[in-house]
Design a protein. Structure first.
Length: 142
C-alpha cells in the first residue's frame, strides 16, 4: 500500500496527488497526542494516505530521520545575509510604491473635487430641481 500512495519527484517522498511530503507529517507522527483524524483534517488527506506516509517512515527510518534533521538545521540557520538584505530592499521599494499610489489617489481625488466645483460654479450641469420648477412655472418671454 505504501508504494502505491508515495512517490518521489525530487522533493522527497510525497503523497501522490499532493505536495505533502513525509517530512511534513513526521512531527505529527512523533507527537503522541496527535491523532490520525487530526492529521487527515489538517492536510485534507484520507486515512489511507496518512497510513501510507506512516508506513514509509517506519520502513525507512534512517533515511527519513537523517533528511529531516538536515531540514531542521536549514530552518534553524535562517536566511543567508544576502537574502535578508534583498528582502529589506524589496520592502523599501514596496513602501515607496504604496506611497506613490496614495499620492496619485489623493491627486485624483483633488482633481475630481476641482472638476465638481467648476461644474457647480459654471452651471454647466442641469439646473437644480427648484430652478427647474421655477422655469416651468414662469411665463416664457415673448
Amino acid at each position: 500500500m505504501s508504494n502505491e500512495l508515495i512517490h518521489d519527484r525530487g522533493r522527497g517522498p510525497e503523497i501522490i496527488g499532493t505536495r505533502i511530503t513525509v517530512y511534513n507529517l513526521l512531527p505529527y507522527f512523533i507527537d503522541q497526542t496527535v491523532t490520525e483524524e487530526y492529521i487527515t483534517k489538517l492536510y485534507s488527506l484520507t486515512a489511507e494516505q496518512v497510513a501510507a506516509a506512516r508506513a514509509y517512515i517506519l520502513n525507512n527510518p534512517d533515511t527519513v530521520l537523517a533528511t529531516h534533521l538536515k531540514i531542521e538545521e536549514r530552518i534553524a540557520a535562517g536566511n543567508p545575509p544576502e537574502v535578508v538584505e534583498q528582502a529589506k530592499r524589496t520592502h523599501e521599494r514596496l513602501l515607496k510604491f504604496k506611497e506613490r499610489l496614495e499620492k496619485k489617489a489623493e491627486s485624483d481625488r483633488q482633481e475630481e473635487l476641482a472638476d465638481a466645483a467648476t461644474d457647480h460654479a459654471g452651471r454647466s450641469q442641469l439646473p437644480a430641481f427648484r430652478e427647474w420648477v421655477l422655469q416651468q412655472n414662469s411665463p416664457e418671454p415673448s
